[in-house]
Design a protein. Structure first.
Ligand SMILES: Cc1cc2nc3c(=O)[nH]c(=O)nc-3n(C[C@H](O)[C@H](O)[C@H](O)COP(=O)(O)O)c2cc1C
Ligand code: SF4
Ligand code: SF4
Lengths: 178, 592
C-alpha cells in the first residue's frame, strides 16, 4: 500500500506544535512505516505536491502565510489546524489590540534604540496583515487539534484514527487542560 | 473631587450595595469614572479597587475615559433602524462633528450607540446624559447641536424633546379597570393573606417577564423558607428590544404596581422591597419617588401599614446592561456588583438578595396581582386559555399605523392584533423580542399564549419592504454586544455568530457557511450558562427555519471565501512600506 503523504508547516507559530509532534518519540518509528513526509521543516522540501494530510501550525499574520496556506489547501486532501495559534490566532494575535500602524512605528521608527529608522520596503518581504487571523478565516479547514501545543497523544490519536479509516475524535482526557 | 466623593459615600452610608448609585453620580458629574475616584472609593467602602473597576467595565453607562459633557447615545433597536436611524446617525455625525464612539475635540459632546432604549413607539430615540430623547429627526438634531454648542443646561432644553407618551390604544381586563389606592391591601387583610394567596393561585397568574412561572407558587416557596429576612424585587429592567409596557405601567399605574409589591411583602413576610429600574428610564425616577412618598403619606408604605405591616420600597437604577433583567444577575447588580447570572439552583426564592429569600417579579405581574387581590381569582381566570389565564399587555411597534400599548386576553390570534394596530402588507412578526420567535405571514392564526406564542410584551411588526437578514443581523449583534462574558459558549459564541452571519450577509459566504452557522447556533444554545446565551441564536434559527433559501441564496458557488477583505487587510502595511507591486496585493480567493 502506498504510504500516506503528510505535509506540515508553521505560519505565525512558535514551532512548539512541531516540537510536540516530535514528542511522539518511538511512535515516530511506527508512524514512519505508514506515512512519508512531503513539504515540512522535517524534510526541507520547499513546496508540497499531492498530499493526503496537511498539518498547519500558527495563524496567518502576513501575505506569505496566505500563499503558503493556499498551497497547502490546494494540495492536501485533508487540512488540519494544529494548536491554539492556528485555531484562534493565539499569542501572535495579541497584537490585534494594537493598530498595525503603531506596531510598525514602534518597531521600525520611534522605538527605543532604533537606528536608521525606516519601514522595510522590499518586494522580497511579505507584508503584514492588519490583524492576525485564525487559518479557518482564510481557507476551509477540515479538522482542528486544540492545545498549546496539542500533546503528542493528540497527534497520535488523530493520525491513527485517520490512518485506520475512522472519523477522528479526541477523548475528554486529551482536550482537558486544567 | 475628593470632597464630592466623600459626601457621596456618606450619603450612601458607605454601603457597597449602593455602588451603582455612587458610580452613576460620579459619571453624571465627571462624564467618566476617574482612576482617583476609584482609589478613594475603594478606601471609603473598604473594598478592593479591582472590584470597583470590574463594575465600571461591566456597565455600558460607566466609562473609564472621559465622555463629552453631553453624552449622546442613540438607540440601536431594529425599530429605530426602521424609522431611519442609519441616515439620522450619519446626519448627527456630520452635524455634531463627532464620530460614533468618539468625543469631540472640545470635549463638549460624545456620541455612541446604545441598545434599545424602550421608546420603540416614538423613535428614533436616544439618551442625553441618561435622559430619554424621543422622536429624533433632523430638525431636532439641528437644535440639539445648537444647544450643545451654547452649552445650554438640559433643564432648559425644549421639554417636548423629552416628552414620552403612553400611547395606550387598547385597554383590556386590567388597564380598563384600575384599583383604588390601598384597596388590594385592605381586601387581602380582610380576606386573610393565606386566602389571598389562594386567590392568586386560583387566578392562574404566571410571571409576565417571559418565563411564565406561576406567581402564587413563587410567593409560596419564598414564604416557606426558614429565614426571617425576605425581599421583594420588582424587575423593571425591561431591556428586551421592542418591550416598553413596563415603562407605561410605571408612568401611569405605579400605585398599583407598588401595591402589588406590598401585597407580596405581606404574604411572604418581607420588610424591604426594591424597584430595579433600567437606567434608560431615569426620566421616571422623580415621578416614582413622589408616588412612593404619597403612599407613605396614605399609610400604604412604611411602618404600620394598615396597622399590620412594615414595608418600604427603594428605587435602584441600572446602568445599561440587558443581562441585569435576568433575575439572578439583577440581584447581583442590586448588591452593587457586575450583573453576572448566578448558578441556579439555589433560586432567588431561597437565596436571593444578600443570600436571603427573594421574590423577583415583573412589573406587570405585580400590577396584575394587585387587581386579582381586589377582584378575585375567578375574575382573572375568566379570560384566557386553559394554560394561560388572564390578559397580556403588549407593546406593539414597527410597521403599523398605531404603535403603542394593547391588552389582550390570552388566546387572541395574531391576525386580530395586526388588524387592531393597523398593520398592512405584513412580512412577519417578532414575538418576544430578539430572544423570542420570528413568525412568517403564513402563521397569523397562531395565538398569544404561553403554549403557543409567548412574549414578555415585545411585538414587532415587519412589512414586506423589510429584509429578514437585516433583522437577524441587528438582533445577533445585540446579543454579541450584551453577552455578559461570564461563560465561553456565549461570550465567544455570540461573537462568532455575529461574524459568521456578517460574512454571509456581506456576500462572502460560500458552500459550507450556512451549515457552519447552524452548528454554531446549536452550540451557543445548548452550552450557555443563562437565558441570554440560550436564546441568542433564536433570531438566526427561527428565520433560517422559515427562509432557508434566503440564506442559501447569499452564498457564492465556490468552496470557500474569507469573510473579510484580504487585500484591504494589507493596506496599512502597503502604505507604510510604500509599496504597490504585485507581491503587495492578495486576491480574495485562490482562483489562480
Ligand atoms: C437575559 C434575560 C433578560 C431578562 N430580562 C427581563 C426583564 O427585563 N424583565 C423581566 O421582568 N424579566 C426579565 N427576565 C426574566 C427574569 O429572569 C425573571 O424570570 C422574571 O423577572 C421573573 O418575573 P415573573 O415571574 O413575574 O415573570 C430576563 C431573563 C433573561 C434570561
Ligand atoms: S499553539 Fe502554542 S505551541 Fe503551537 S505554535 Fe501556538 S504558541 Fe506555539
Ligand atoms: S450565557 Fe451569556 S449572558 Fe449568560 S452567563 Fe453566559 S456569557 Fe453571561
Amino acid at each position: 500500500m502506498a504510504k500516506i503523504r503528510i505535509a506540515t508547516t508553521s505560519l505565525a507559530g512558535c514551532f512548539g506544535c512541531h516540537m510536540s509532534f516530535l514528542d511522539l518519540d518511538e511512535r515516530l518509528v511506527a508512524l514512519a512505516d505508514l506515512v512519508e513526509f512531503d513539504r515540512s521543516p522535517i524534510t526541507d522540501i520547499e513546496h508540497c505536491t499531492n498530499c493526503d494530510i496537511g498539518l498547519i501550525e500558527g495563524g496567518v499574520c502576513n501575505s506569505e502565510n496566505v500563499h503558503t496556506l493556499r498551497e497547502f489547501r490546494k494540495n492536501c486532501k485533508i487540512l488540519v489546524a494544529v494548536g491554539a495559534c492556528a485555531i484562534n490566532g493565539g499569542l501572535p494575535a495579541m497584537r490585534n489590540f494594537i493598530p498595525l500602524e503603531e506596531c510598525l512605528s514602534e518597531a521600525y521608527l520611534d522605538g527605543i534604540g532604533v537606528e536608521n529608522p525606516q519601514i522595510p520596503s522590499d518586494p522580497e518581504l511579505p507584508l503584514l496583515l492588519d490583524k492576525v487571523r485564525p487559518i479557518h478565516e482564510v481557507v476551509k479547514i477540515d479538522y482542528f487539534l486544540p492545545g498549546c501545543p496539542p500533546s503528542a497523544d493528540v497527534f497520535w490519536a488523530f493520525l491513527t484514527d485517520l490512518l485506520e479509516g475512522r472519523e477522528p475524535s479526541l477523548s475528554y482526557e486529551l482536550v482537558h487542560y486544567d | 473631587m475628593q470632597q464630592f466623593i466623600q459626601n457621596l459615600a456618606e450619603k450612601n452610608q458607605h454601603q457597597v450595595t449602593h455602588l451603582l448609585e455612587i458610580l452613576r453620580e460620579i459619571q453624571a458629574r465627571y462624564h467618566h469614572i476617574p482612576a482617583d475616584a476609584i482609589e478613594q472609593l475603594a478606601l471609603l467602602l473598604k473594598i478592593p479597587r479591582t472590584q470597583i473597576i470590574s463594575v465600571v467595565e461591566f456597565y455600558s453607562f460607566f466609562t473609564d475615559s472621559p465622555r463629552g459633557q453631553y453624552e449622546l447615545l442613540i438607540s440601536d433597536s431594529i425599530t429605530d433602524h426602521m424609522l431611519g436611524k442609519k441616515n439620522l446617525m450619519e446626519y448627527i455625525v456630520s452635524k455634531l462633528k463627532v464620530g460614533v464612539g468618539g468625543v469631540r475635540s472640545d470635549g463638549l459632546v460624545s456620541l455612541d450607540n446604545t441598545s434599545c432604549s424602550g421608546m420603540c413607539d416614538q423613535g428614533p430615540a436616544g439618551l442625553v446624559n441618561g435622559h430619554a430623547l424621543t422622536h429624533l429627526d433632523r430638525s431636532r438634531i439641528d437644535t440639539i447641536a445648537e444647544l450643545i454648542n451654547q452649552q445650554i443646561p438640559l433643564a432648559d432644553w425644549p421639554a417636548e424633546f423629552f416628552q414620552v407618551d403612553d400611547n395606550i390604544h387598547k385597554p383590556g381586563l386590567l388597564l380598563s379597570q384600575g384599583i383604588v389606592h390601598g384597596q388590594a391591601l385592605k381586601k387581602a387583610m380582610a380576606r386573610g393573606l393565606k386566602a389571598t394567596l389562594q386567590e392568586i393561585d386560583q387566578s392562574g397568574l404566571r410571571g409576565r417577564g417571559g418565563a411564565g412561572f406561576k406567581t402564587a407558587m413563587k410567593w409560596q416557596f419564598c414564604s416557606e423558607e426558614a429565614e426571617n429576612e425576605r425581599y421583594v424585587v420588582c424587575n423593571a429592567d425591561e431591556g428586551e428590544p421592542g418591550t416598553f409596557k413596563d415603562r407605561v405601567l410605571l408612568n401611569s399605574y405605579a400605585h398599583q404596581v407598588f401595591e402589588g409589591m406590598t401585597l407580596c411583602a405581606a404574604i411572604i413576610g418581607a420588610k424591604q422591597g426594591f424597584l430595579y429600574l433600567r437606567g434608560e428610564y431615569l426620566h421616571l425616577v422623580d415621578k416614582l419617588q413622589s408616588v412612593l412618598d404619597e403612599r407613605r403619606q396614605f399609610g400604604l408604605l412604611g411602618n404600620n401599614i394598615l396597622d399590620r405591616l412594615d414595608f418600604d420600597i427603594e428605587i435602584r437604577l441600572g446602568a445599561g446592561a440587558y443581562i441585569c433583567g435576568e433575575e439572578s444577575a439583577l440581584i447581583e447588580s442590586l448588591e452593587g456588583k457586575a450583573g453576572i447570572p448566578r448558578n441556579r439552583p439555589p433560586y432567588p426564592v431561597s437565596q436571593g438578595y444578600l443570600g436571603k429569600p427573594t421574590v423577583v417579579n415583573n412589573v406587570e405581574t405585580f400590577y396584575a396581582a394587585a387587581a386579582i387581590a381586589v377582584n378575585g381569582g375567578d375574575w382573572f381566570a375568566s379570560v384566557g386559555t386553559a394554560k394561560s389565564k388572564g390578559s397580556k399587555i403588549l407593546s406593539i411597534c414597527g410597521d403599523c399605523a398605531r404603535p403603542g400599548i394593547y391588552e389582550y386576553p390570552f388566546g387572541t390570534t395574531m391576525q386580530k392584533i395586526l388588524t387592531d394596530c393597523g398593520a398592512e402588507d405584513v412580512l412577519g412578526l417578532q414575538i418576544g423580542g430578539p430572544s423570542g420567535t420570528f413568525i412568517s405571514n403564513q402563521e397569523f392564526d397562531r395565538k398569544l399564549a404561553f403554549e403557543d406564542l409567548a412574549t414578555g410584551g415585545s411585538f414587532i411588526v415587519f412589512n414586506n419592504s423589510r429584509n429578514i437578514l437585516d433583522i437577524a443581523h441587528n438582533f445577533t449583534h445585540f446579543f454579541a454586544h450584551e453577552s455578559c462574558g461570564f461563560c465561553t459558549p456565549c461570550r465567544v459564541g455570540t461573537s462568532l455568530l455575529r461574524q459568521q452571519l456578517d460574512k454571509i450577509v456581506d456576500g462572502h459566504g460560500s458552500a459550507g457557511d450556512v451549515v457552519a452557522l447552524e452548528e454554531l447556533c446549536q452550540l451557543v444554545k445548548t452550552h450557555s450558562h443563562c437565558g441570554l446565551g440560550q436564546t441568542a441564536a433564536n433570531p438566526v434559527l427561527t428565520t433560517l427555519e422559515r427562509y432557508p433559501e434566503l440564506y442559501q441564496s447569499q452564498l457564492k458557488l465556490i468552496s470557500y471565501e474569507p469573510g473579510f477583505d484580504l487585500d484591504a487587510a494589507l493596506e496599512t502595511a502597503r502604505r507604510m512600506a510604500n509599496r504597490d507591486d504585485a507581491g503587495a496585493h492578495l486576491a480574495q480567493t485562490d482562483a489562480e
